[in-house]
Design a protein around this ligand. Structure first.
Ligand SMILES: C[S@@+](CC[C@H](N)C(=O)[O-])C[C@H]1O[C@@H](n2cnc3c(N)ncnc32)[C@H](O)[C@@H]1O
Length: 206
């Protein structure tokens, strides 16, 4: 299946066309961090971090964590770097599908939010391989997955966000034996328009 209408992400940031950027950390992440103090520690990779709201929220909530925001877009990473930074926060221009050596097998956590739904669905197995490569054995992937952004329909033009199902996620993440599912449930918090359309998934790297 072709999904040719993938955005030019950097251009979108440069011209300020970023409707996904709500100017704050994802509500399900903020709520999860409050409810699980002391959990998201060590090196935390945030793929497709955009302008870094989630990275800053993790750094603020867990002072011993080392959150690393990775994004294809130099303009997004420049925006991240304009914010006052905590010592442990890091940002990196890079492609999740060509992970820098320093991010291979070095991460305790991956926080996923609106990166999986943004990539070409034909590359989802590559996404799974990339996050598995980033994590240490026993490392955790916590993510919000957009199940049904268009209520069963597709965005005109076929661009992101692209939906998914729990069955697909289970098959992709556990199928090659890389992950086991620790939790799959509706997030405790979300944007009102996304209620019932997101899934919080916690996976352990085998
Ligand atoms: C829909 S935006 C979400 C950004 C951010 N998570 C947020 O919620 O504001 C998707 C992001 O993924 C980034 N991205 C897309 N493909 C990527 C890849 N292969 N590697 C790294 N980042 C990628 C884009 O540049 C963009 O910032």
């Amino acid at each position: 299946m072709g999904f040719s209408a993938q955005p030019n992400w950097d251009e979108q940031y440069r011209i300020g066309e970023t409707p996904w950027d709500k100017g704050e950390a994802a509500p399900p992440l903020a709520t999860w961090l409050r409810g699980h103090p002391g959990s998201m520690t060590g090196t935390v990779l945030v793929p497709g971090c955009g302008t870094g709201h989630d990275v800053r929220a993790i750094a603020a909530a867990e002072p011993t964590s080392k959150p690393i925001g990775l994004d294809l877009s130099p303009a997004a990473i420049t925006a991240c770097q304009r914010h006052p930074q905590r010592a442990a926060e890091q940002y990196c221009v890079g492609d999740l599908f060509a992970l820098p050596e320093t991010l291979r097998g070095t991460c305790d956590w991956v926080w996923e939010h609106t990166c999986f739904c943004a990539i070409d669905p034909n590359r989802r197995d590559e996404y799974v391989a990339a996050v598995a490569t980033a994590l240490k054995p026993g490392g955790q992937l916590l993510g919000i997955f957009y199940l049904d952004p268009y209520r069963g329909d597709h965005q005109p033009g076929g661009g992101p966000p692209h939906g998914c199902t729990l069955d697909e996620l289970r098959q992709r993440f556990t199928g090659a034996g890389r992950f086991s599912v620790e939790a799959a449930e509706p997030p405790a918090d979300c944007y009102p328009e996304r209620a019932g359309r997101e899934l919080l998934l916690r996976l352990s790297r085998r």
